[in-house]
Design a protein around this ligand. Structure first.
Ligand SMILES: *[C@@H]1O[C@H](CO)[C@@H](O)[C@H](O)[C@H]1NC(C)=O
Ligand SMILES: *[C@@H]1O[C@H](CO)[C@@H](O)[C@H](O)[C@H]1NC(C)=O
Length: 264
């Protein structure tokens, strides 16, 4: 190709391209992904709603999960998927009819590994558009408890223990409804956060003179998941007969024991 021909070719390409840009505006309108989903629930739809003009060629729709490509659709071929959604994604016929306006991934259920950032990219020979959003898949804790034990002669050690909450939960300790402001450990200590998930948080407080309502609250960041577990702690000098009074949960039995002992 002589340089003049090449220059003319380039000029035409640029001219055609800039005209097409105006005519064919491929654009993503919405990327509709639930922000928070509980592990094991479903089905859920991940929807990328866009507009591609019928005259545009070379349509390819791609989805990414974090840095990994998980989906590619080159209509009229069926979509292909890999990675975290593979084996859990479905593509009902109905959803495949509208390749110039939407790409929908129906997940039979959400699993914890699906947490992360999702990106939908639509491209044609003329255009490309991208949208991103995130999804958090959480797992409620399997157990939550609060314990009080003697720290030294004058102080109590309060420990809140949560097993199984994911992603890494926030734990707070409340005494008579007010959050303690001097935690022994500044953050939630975790153990085995790859498989057996467990977190603790503790506070050291002065021995109370009377019964104390103690609560442990678990919450999962960026979700509205929140739960509390309560106990009533009875100072040991009030109940010398019961050494592990702290382990009694609030409830009729606790109160009955308490009243019976007071009546003695
Ligand atoms: C998430 O849910 C799946 C499906 O019910 C289950 O197999 C898996 O063990 C759950 N993960 C956790 C961490 O609980
Ligand atoms: C018990 O521990 C607390 C907190 O460290 C401390 O302030 C207090 O003086 C200790 N009491 C005794 C009797 O050692």
């Amino acid at each position: 190709m002589s340089s003049i021909v090449y220059t003319v070719f380039l000029f035409i390409t640029v001219a055609v391209k800039s005209r097409f840009t105006d005519i064919y505006a491929s654009k993503i309108y919405t990327l509709d992904v639930p922000l928070v989903v509980r592990n094991g629930t479903g089905p859920i739809d991940l929807s990328c709603i866009y507009n591609v003009n019928k005259n545009e060629n070379g349509l390819v729709i791609k989805w990414y999960h974090n840095e990994d490509q998980i989906y590619q659709w080159i209509p009229p071929m069926p979509p292909q998927d890999v990675g975290v959604i593979n084996g859990l994604a479905e593509y009902p016929e109905q959803n495949l009819k509208y390749s110039n306006s939407r790409s929908i991934i129906r997940l039979k259920m959400a699993i914890i590994e699906m947490t992360g950032e999702y990106a939908c990219i639509i491209s044609t020979f003329q255009e490309e558009d991208i949208r991103r959003t995130k999804m958090i898949v959480y797992v409620p804790e399997t157990s939550l408890s609060i314990h009080a034990s003697s720290f030294n002669e004058s102080h109590l050690n309060l420990i809140c223990i949560a097993n199984g909450g994911q992603p890494r939960p926030i734990l707070k300790i409340y005494i008579e409804g007010i959050e303690v402001n001097n935690y022994h450990d500044k953050i939630v200590k975790t153990m085995g956060y790859t498989n057996i998930v467990s977190g603790t948080r503790s506070a050291i407080v002065k021995n109370p003179l009377g019964p104390l309502l103690l609560e442990c609250e678990i919450s999962i960041p960026q979700t509205d998941y929140k739960r509390r577990e309560k106990i009533v702690y009875y100072p040991t000098q009030m109940l010398p007969q019961i050494s592990s009074a702290s382990n009694y949960k609030i409830g009729d039995i606790t109160f009955i024991i308490y009243i019976v002992l007071l009546l003695k």
